[in-house]
Ligand binder design. Structure first.
Ligand SMILES: Cc1cc2nc3c(=O)[nH]c(=O)nc-3n(C[C@H](O)[C@H](O)[C@H](O)COP(=O)(O)O)c2cc1C
Length: 189
């Protein structure tokens, strides 16, 4: 069921780094993005695929992980993503990308879950250094990085409590808790 797939699609930040993700899998995921909605059907998004340890190692330090977890420096070696999909906006096709990259990223992540993988959209990117590291031409805007791999993390969805705090947190067993607002709160009558 779609609801189950969506619930299982938490933002995963710890992986079994040894479990490789091959190029064909990444291409199949981008194909889901290719078939998704795009404003005015302009389809301005382009993708860079990374699954080799050396390229992954260049990308990893340029991403900011879980900003609310101040004491956590991000996944340690062995728990890092086995692959990345970098989502770019082609400025020769459009100057703005609206929500195309969000839709594309969700399609990719749902497809990843269906394949037993998991991932996380990363918007906090050291864009300048990533552009330099991967020699990304100026015509492409760096929109999102999607980290992917075999999940090694336990996550619980909670309801936002009376204090209204929406910050995710980790308990003593390193279980990741994500507070979600209730339906009652978000549907305005
Ligand atoms: C556009 C966007 C950008 C995000 N950027 C980051 C990021 O830079 N680093 C990170 O660790 N998580 C990032 N996230 C993941 C969110 O923190 C996550 O979606 C949120 O905590 C809710 O958790 P859930 O996805 O497990 O439901 C991003 C999510 C979105 C939609």
């Amino acid at each position: 069921m779609l609801r189950d797939l969506i619930i299982s699609n938490w933002s995963c930040r710890r992986f079994d780094e040894e479990a490789a993700v091959d190029r064909q899998t990444l291409e199949e995921l981008v194909d889901l993005a290719r078939l998704s909605a795009s404003a005015a059907n302009l389809q301005p998004l382009k993708y860079i695929l990374s699954h080799e340890p050396q390229e992954n190692a260049e990308i990893f330090p340029l991403l900011k992980w879980a900003a609310y977890l101040k004491e956590w420096a991000g996944p340690s070696p062995g728990e890092r993503p086995a692959a990345y999909i970098i989502v770019l906006g082609d400025t020769q096709i459009s100057k703005g990308f609206g929500c195309d990259h969000g839709i594309a990223a969700q399609s990719i992540l749902l497809g990843a879950r269906e394949k037993g993988l998991a991932g996380c959209m990363i918007g906090l990117i050291n864009r300048e250094e990533l552009r330099e590291a991967l020699a990304i031409p100026p015509r492409y805007e760096i929109l999102l990085v999607i980290a992917l791999g075999k999940p090694r993390e336990q996550v619980v969805i909670d309801e936002v409590g009376p204090n209204g705090d929406i910050k995710y947190w980790r308990d003593r067993d390193a279980v990741h808790h994500v507070p979600k607002r209730s339906l009652k709160e978000i549907i305005l009558d």
